[in-house]
Design a protein around this ligand. Structure first.
Ligand code: ATP
Ligand code: MG
Ligand code: FE
Length: 353
């Protein structure tokens, strides 16, 4: 069956057509992503009102392009799915209303997808991954561990108590005079830097915590930068490398803890960590994840970068999984700015054991 998926919750206007076979195998027929990075770059971050207006202007064309790429029409679809939250509410409304209009006009079932569920399920499309597994979502808006027990059965094990990791990369880049988006820029200059030159804090937040905190690290970068200002190219490289080293140390340790706890609770011998979100594209972080998983006898699955960042295929796929399970939504499905993934309650792995 073919599903159209629409994603507009942040700064990507995206639509995709995905096929799901009766055996549960997924195939992407089209995946069109129009990033608004240029529209927002001059402001150094995403401006919600500009994003919403851009989604209005772009989305119809993106949907048409996705259908054309896939070589199908609305009549070939089994359903239409769209991100219904969480995210910037203006953008979410644009995508969800468009999906509702398509559903009504073409008499298709509507599937309202939680954006985080899209990230959580992508590895089942790319790697035929079976439940359960552990998700580490690290993007501009989210930093969290989620135990994925089954479709609709998600348990958040830890989250950031202040900045998201992508946000910390973006803010650090800004302080170092690097361009937006900051993550790729920090990673690039860090390659030539000395990661031991600046002794930056590693916030572990207690022995058993799976939560994160990055605002103290950000402050430490600012103070270190002020102490050596004006910054030379070498200072910038060393600061970026030192920041990235602190981050990878923290992420690595937390992944070890999370996989250990996940294995104890589920009894899965070789626990799988799925990494998603834009920050998962970072090579140093990827290496730290692999090393941490190996230490506890687990392994890491990272979907291709294009499917780690926001896209329509992940929403189409989540829609397909939900549709196959008979989970469709009414045309009154609400757009939600906030929508925790474990809102519907899930089994408890417990904490700190
Ligand atoms: P959401 O959080 O709602 O999923 P988003 O647009 O913030 O949406 P993504 O598009 O998944 O999230 O990721 C963008 C973030 O990833 C930015 O903060 C960017 O700096 C960061 N990022 C991208 N590439 C890298 C990299 N190589 N290293 C570190 N961070 C990166
Ligand atoms: Mg984005
Ligand atoms: Fe996302």
């Amino acid at each position: 069956m073919l599903i159209l998926g629409i994603e507009t919750s942040c700064d990507e206007t995206a639509a995709a057509v995905v096929a799901r076979g009766p055996d549960g195998q997924g195939r992407i027929l089209a995946n069109v992503v129009r990033s608004q990075i240029e529209e927002h770059a001059v402001f150094g971050g995403v401006v919600p009102e500009i994003a919403a207006r851009a989604h209005v202007e772009l989305l119809d064309g993106i949907v048409a392009a996705a259908l054309a790429d896939a070589g199908v029409g609305f009549g070939d679809l089994a359903a239409v799915s769209a991100t219904a939250g969480p995210g910037l509410i203006g953008g979410v409304i644009v995508g969800l209303m468009t999906a509702k209009a398509i559903a009504m006009t073409h008499r298709l079932p509507l599937v309202a997808v939680n954006h985080l569920e899209g990230h959580a399920l992508t590895a089942r499309m790319t790697d035929q991954l079976a439940f359960p597994y552990l998700l580490l979502l690290v993007s501009g808006g989210h930093t969290q561990f989620v135990a994925v027990h089954g479709l609709g059965r998600y348990e958040r094990l830890g989250t950031t108590i202040d900045d998201a990791l992508g946000e910390a990369f973006d803010k650090t880049a800004k302080m170092l005079g690097l361009p937006y988006p900051g993550g790729p820029a920090v990673e690039r200059v860090a390659r030539d830097g000395d990661p031991t030159r600046f002794d930056l804090p590693r916030p572990y937040l207690g022995r058993d915590s799976l939560d994160f905190s990055f605002s103290g690290l950000k402050t430490a970068v600012r103070q270190a930068a002020a102490a050596v200002a004006p910054l030379t190219e070498r200072d910038v490289a060393d600061l970026a490398a030192s920041f990235q080293a602190a981050v990878t140390d923290v992420i690595g340790r937390k992944v070890e803890r999370a996989l250990e706890r996940f294995r104890r609770a589920t009894g899965v011998a070789e626990p799988v960590l799925v990494a998603a979100g834009g920050v998962a594209a970072n090579k140093a972080i990827g290496a730290a994840l692999g090393a941490a998983a190996a230490k506890v006898g687990g392994r890491v699955v990272v979907p291709p970068p294009k499917l780690c960042t926001d896209n329509g295929a992940m929403i189409a796929w989540a829609g397909a999984e939900r549709l196959a399970a008979g989970l469709i939504d009414g045309l009154d499905a609400p757009a939600r700015a906030r929508w925790p993934l474990d809102a519907d309650a899930a089994p408890k792995l417990g904490s700190g054991q």
